[in-house]
Design a protein around this ligand. Structure first.
Ligand code: UD1
Ligand code: UDP
Length: 362
């Protein structure tokens, strides 16, 4: 089976690493890796290929940043000739970024079956670009590989035929399990002069949190207040960095002595930082899942989540965007002892193996 595997953005690289290893390790598959170039900074792309030992992409489409329509269209224009020359039996896409939808649409129109890894997640908030990408990708994919039980219900409700739906677990957790021991050796805590676990981690990059100056100043003011109680390490996503550089509410953020803005971190350093944190504040999808498995409390600074298992079984709380509520919840979590957690079903490090088994027997 000839497969074209697609990745474009940071979370995609983390998800394809174990898939690539599993598929390339089996004689049944001939795999070509395509990087769309949606993310391109050294610290958003190449670093992950090195640390996670992902082979060099066979093709780099080099699309870069643009508006949604231009970026999606550019990926499609550049991906179509690759499919024409490679004539694969299947295209495998992961996650919910613009590259995911663009490559799915291109392949489906050429009658090439698509496998969607991380299918069925729904925030039910169509103002999120990812929600549009999820709904459309799932609608035209042939194999829907689901990471948590809510995905099964969502796909059934959308009328997806049962034989297309496969509950396989979470490939992001495969990566976490494969790199946990190595990440222990990271020197990031010493590098940031952090003592013990008395620090928090913050990440923010969603349009709903960072694009509106009023929302972002509220969030940064809340973080400023929290950082008076314990250090807060904030690896800044380039989207957010561009806004802060452009005169965003950086000043407010600086008011807390303990707020530490750093460049985006590599996977191993970031995993070490997450694992040892007192709690994490984030709008990221993947980090809600990783904190659940690590047993680290996660405060999700959003009004919805497409990953409800991280709340019902894991360590996640939906805190919303109100600054006073964020500070009160953070202080509560800081003072409370950690509570026991459950690991969601099939988040066991073997999701890629299940996916490869299904594709091999298709
Ligand atoms: C994208 C995904 C989002 C995912 C996130 C992971 C879409 C619609 N969004 O959001 O779902 O959670 O990636 O990180 O696909 N930039 C750089 N260097 C880079 C990449 C981006 O400077 O290597 C800056 C550019 O100013 C760019 C902006 O970040 O305009 C946004 O990048 P883009 O890929 O469009 O969206 P993300 O916000 O990264
Ligand atoms: N991550 C990382 N370095 C950072 C921030 C995040 O390696 O500085 C990892 C994180 O552990 C997770 C993934 O990036 O595996 C999440 O990516 P992101 O938050 O950009 O995207 P999302 O999951 O929200 O789509």
């Amino acid at each position: 089976m000839k497969i074209v595997l697609v990745a474009g953005a940071r979370p995609n690289f983390i998800k394809i690493a174990p898939l690539m290893k599993e598929l390339r390790g089996r004689d049944a598959f001939d795999v070509r890796l395509v990087h769309t170039g949606q993310h391109y900074d050294e610290r958003m792309s190449r670093l992950f290929f090195e640390e996670l030992e992902i082979p060099r992409p066979d093709v780099d489409l080099g699309v870069g940043s643009a508006s949604h329509a231009v970026q999606t269209a550019e990926v499609m224009k550049r991906f179509e000739p690759i499919l024409q020359s490679e004539t694969p039996d299947a295209v495998v896409v992961v996650g919910d970024v613009n590259s995911t939808l663009a490559c799915t649409l291109t392949a489906a129109k050429m009658n090439i079956p698509v496998a969607h890894v991380e299918a069925g997640l729904r925030s039910f908030d169509r103002t999120m670009p990812e929600e549009i990408n999820r709904i459309l990708t799932d609608a035209i994919s042939t194999w829907l590989f689901v990471s948590e039980r809510s995905g099964l219900e969502n796909l059934r409700r959308d009328g997806i035929p049962e034989e297309r739906i496969h509950f396989v677990g979470n490939v992001m957790i495969d990566t976490l399990e494969q790199h946990r021991a190595t990440s222990e050796r990271s020197k990031i805590l010493q590098g940031l002069e952090l003592q013990g676990s008395d620090y928090a981690v913050l990440t923010l990059h969603r349009p709903a949190s960072v694009d509106d100056p009023t929302v972002l100043s509220g969030l940064m003011a809340a973080v400023g207040r929290i950082s008076k109680e314990l250090p807060v390490v904030f690896p800044v996503h380039p989207r957010t960095a561009a806004i802060l550089r452009g005169g965003g509410p950086h000043g407010t953020a600086g008011s807390g002595d303990g707020l530490r803005l750093v460049d985006p971190l590599g996977y191993l350093d970031f995993l070490k930082l997450l694992s040892n944190a007192r709690f994490v504040m984030t709008d990221s999808g993947g980090i809600q899942e990783e904190t659940t498995v690590l047993g680290v409390p996660c405060l999700t600074l959003r009004t919805s989540t497409e990953r409800p298992a991280t709340i019902s079984e894991g360590t996640n709380q939906l805190v919303g965007l109100d600054p006073d509520h964020i500070v009160a919840t953070a202080m509560d979590v800081f003072r409370r002892p950690k509570s026991p957690r459950k690991i969601p079903e099939f988040w066991d490090g073997r999701a890629s193996r299940r996916i490869a088994d299904i594709l091999e027997h298709a």
